[in-house]
Structure formats: structure tokens, C-alpha cells
Design a protein around this ligand. Structure first.
Ligand code: 5GP
Length: 115
């Protein structure tokens, strides 16, 4: 069940602050308040979906396409080229703590050695 008082819904509405990286009709990208990598940005769709499982089942096609396009534009805005990682924690057991679908876009030279 989606709760529209979650922190990302507040950020999208402008009720909570964020450092914006990219925005269009489909998505908003902003810096993670507690970065775990040199570059660590969150991209959230403008729609009420709890996680990637909900989003891919229930979001209209234009929003799904627009969201992934916004992820790509975020990567381009950050100048990450082909050197980045995308993570979508799904469910509390996987570490999801905000239940508005989001992807983490991260880049750090340390990634080269940890997989
Ligand atoms: P999750 O754990 O759900 O995959 O990711 C949630 C992320 O949101 C965490 O990495 C956390 O640091 C970030 N976060 C939580 N609250 C805020 C906030 O108020 N502003 C920003 N910019 N990021 C937040």
C-alpha cells in the first residue's frame, strides 16, 4: 500500500528540500542525503508506486518509458558515461527504507574491485 507521506513524495511535491540533478514530466533525480559512493543520486518516478515490482506491473507505459529515459538523462547530466551502477532495493529484506520506487545511480572508482 502506497503512503503519500513518504519522504520522496514530499520531495516531489516540494514539501521537503532536495538537491536536484534532473527533472522532467516523468521523474525527479536528486542527490542522496547520505551518499554511499562518490556520486550517489536517487531517481524517482512521478507516480505512486512502492517499488520496481509495483511500478513495472502497474505504471502506464509512457511513465515507464519516460522514467528510464530520465534515468539515462540523469546519467548524462552527471557525465557518468558508461561507468555507473544502478540499484533498486526491493522490500525491507533487501534494504528498502523508502517505499516510493526509486533507483540509486552510483559511480565510484572503488566499484572496480568490489564485485
Ligand atoms: P532505500 O534504502 O529505500 O533503497 O533508499 C533510500 C535512500 O534514501 C537512502 O539511501 C537514504 O540515504 C535516502 N534518503 C532518505 N531520506 C532522504 C531525504 O530526506 N533526502 C534525500 N535526498 N535522500 C534521503
Amino acid at each position: 500500500m502506497y503512503d503519500n507521506n513518504n519522504i520522496f513524495a514530499k520531495i516531489i511535491r516540494g514539501d521537503a528540500p532536495s538537491r536536484k540533478i534532473y527533472e522532467d514530466d516523468f521523474a525527479l533525480a536528486f542527490d542522496n542525503i547520505a551518499p554511499r559512493a562518490k556520486t550517489h543520486v536517487l531517481v524517482v518516478p512521478k507516480g505512486e508506486y512502492t517499488d520496481i515490482y509495483d511500478f513495472t506491473a502497474n505504471a502506464p507505459a509512457d511513465l515507464q518509458i519516460g522514467f528510464w529515459g530520465a534515468v539515462r538523462k540523469t546519467v548524462d547530466t552527471l557525465g557518468l558515461g558508461n561507468n555507473f551502477r544502478i540499484v533498486a532495493n526491493t522490500g525491507p529484506g533487501a534494504g528498502q527504507s523508502v517505499f516510493h520506487f526509486h533507483v540509486h545511480v552510483m559511480s565510484d572508482e572503488k566499484f572496480k574491485s568490489d564485485f
